[in-house]
Design a protein around this ligand. Sequence first.
Ligand code: ATP
Length: 234
Amino acid sequence: MNAMIDTHQLTIRYGDKAIASEINVDVPAGSFYAILGENGAGKTTFVKTLIGKHHNYVGNLKVNTQAIGFVPQFRDISRDYPLSIAEFVGLAFNRGWHLFNNQLEKSAIHDALEKMDLVDIADQRLGLVSGGQRQRAFVAQALVKRPELLILDESTASLDHEHKIQLLTTIVRLQKETGLTVLFITHELNLVADFADGFLLFANGSVTQGNAQALKKLTVDMTVTHPENEVHHV
Ligand SMILES: Nc1ncnc2c1ncn2[C@@H]1O[C@H](COP(=O)(O)OP(=O)(O)OP(=O)(O)O)[C@@H](O)[C@H]1O
């Protein structure tokens, strides 16, 4: 299968300090990969490198698409945020606050809203909807330009269990139906162990790649260590 992401002896740094060294990974196109590791292990820096926002690295990095949707970890949306969900999703076209989207853009916005099950509430203000609906809107905005690679940075972290499952189910359905490649940064192995095709584990300055079976084993091992059932320290 074609690789979506392919690295060879990739070392990512801040200044002179290596955050992750000699990374050799190969993420197949169309797969769902969990990105795992403790706080500060380098996951976010790795994805910033993939999307071209972090340039301090040596070695080889190939990302086989320019069409990348990224949902960052933190977004400050207060209750008085003025835009509706549809307007927020339309910001992907970068027209600032005056939203005059053309027909093609409008249809792409509608598509993204549909994919994330947001059509019925598209006119509601983003600041006033539930946390789960807001996360879906963030993902919809990342989908507007029809990416081939979708990267989510802890998108389920703030949600209750039911909404975590709902969001993930939608994303996995999209991945299967459209051949999207998904990188999902998470601390919750239990959440992804049943359907991820593989994982990249950031630990001790290096990265280990594993398949679905290895992820299940890792999850069992970690759940024994962390009986609260949510794994925060890999
Ligand atoms: N702008 C920066 N300058 C210098 N060092 C940084 C900068 N941003 C992050 N770091 C360091 O790089 C390391 C990796 O951080 P990164 O945010 O990539 O980790 P992470 O695995 O995404 O963590 P988390 O799970 O907390 O989001 C950390 O040690 C962090 O302190």
